[in-house]
Ligand binder design. Sequence first.
Ligand code: MSP
Length: 483
Amino acid sequence: MTAKLITTPIYYVNDKPHIGHAYTTIASDALARFWKAQGHDVVFATGTDEHGSKVQKSALNAGVEPLEYADTISQHFRQLVGRVDASPDDFIRTTEPRHAAVVVELWNRLVERGFIYHGNYGGWYSLRDECFYTELETELRDGVRYATLTGTEVQWVEEDSYFFKLQSLQEKLLEFYDANPSFIQPSTRRNEVVSFVKSGLVDLSVSRNTVSWGIPVPGDDKHTIYVWIDALANYITVAGGLDKWNEVDAIHIVGKDILRFHAVYWVAILIAAGLKVPSQIFAHGWWTASGNKIGKSAGNAINVEALIDSYGIDAVRYYLLRAIPFGSDGDFVEHDLIHTYNTELANGIGNLLNRTVTLVHKNIGDRVPEQISVDVDVLKIVGDHVRKAHEYFSNLRFRDGLDELRIAVDFTGKYFTAKAPWSKDCLDIPVVLFTTLSAIHHIAANGLSCISPSGVERINAQTRLYPNAVIPTPTAAFPRIVT
Ligand code: MSP
């Protein structure tokens, strides 16, 4: 089985982490955990994007050297990984020597294959997006020019530059999208990319002679390699180099704002270098606050650490993946986070577990008997829902997958209520209790664990069902948020 390489974008170190970054990391982590639990060989990687004019400028403003600046902010992102319960196998920084070696090798490969040439360039440059736009891709408002796609300010920049022969790959790209219809997800995004490529590509400027903070162009150190090529190549670095890259199935999870870099430029570079193309690129939507994209520059960043301090990581992870379909935009509403968590986790699976464990203690004791019987028909139905959830998760449909799990919990809860194991009239109390515990265990350990790993650990500790296993006194797996 080919190993899967699941990646987040690497985050710019000019911005402290906020909910948007946490979202990409949490979703990628959930997918990686899901595939690992299915027995797949998975490398899950995240990290920081540390070169380029934006970081250089931020460091200058802060009065420190770029590397010192990058060290500090990269550390914030590394801490965020732990705080959001993500468990990456690698955390890459583009300032690491292992990465520079890969970028240089990739560059040389492109030169050898005739895809890079030297020329002069003039274009509308956006510092925020670290990319050039053509005039048609910009608009003038009140005397200021903006990139239409991202709304960021652009300035006219002219310099001599190395170019990547993107235009020559237009047909190859279109053939590739055609032959791989599920490569770009969701499919609406695919159509956008295909029309962009069809509308005509121009060669890409891939070096800057005005930015010193970067990896020098081999043989011409007046230039640094364009930060996006540097950044995209991180995926090869975490795979272990160009040869190892060819052995993995890469799945890139990115925000919709950077889809073009991945689905067009990255794919073109890989085709040009004769390297394997990723198996999928999934573009998720934006979290907004009252309709505006959340971000530091917009001044509406939501502090994810504070949210975790107030509500716990399970609530944050669950809400982000449950509230909106992965791929769509959604407004972040704190009250909804509390409501979703309380209704579906605290009062749902958490409460059912609590009631069941309490009754086990009352009727059976604190150890699992030598022999237990369960109602197989109930567990079969629960198993069907968990299987459906797996199908959704494998297609990054987290919201639908979680809905299946919620249905499975509701079904188990109805069975429990109908059998009323607290009443003397219930004739098969142990069967009902162990069936309910088995169902909860299955839903949690095989379904919910990739989304809410901490809470599921607490469930697992109370649902060990082998003979003589201790059943601890009930503890809330998902404590209710009281406001
Ligand atoms: N450094 C580049 C990526 C290079 S990958 C080879 C970059 N960094 S970023 O820090 O600006 O953004 C990283 C990711 O965070 C993007 O996928 C972006 O969409 C995501 N988010 C930032 N704000 C967001 C929201 N408000 N909502 C959801 N995700 C958004 O781009």
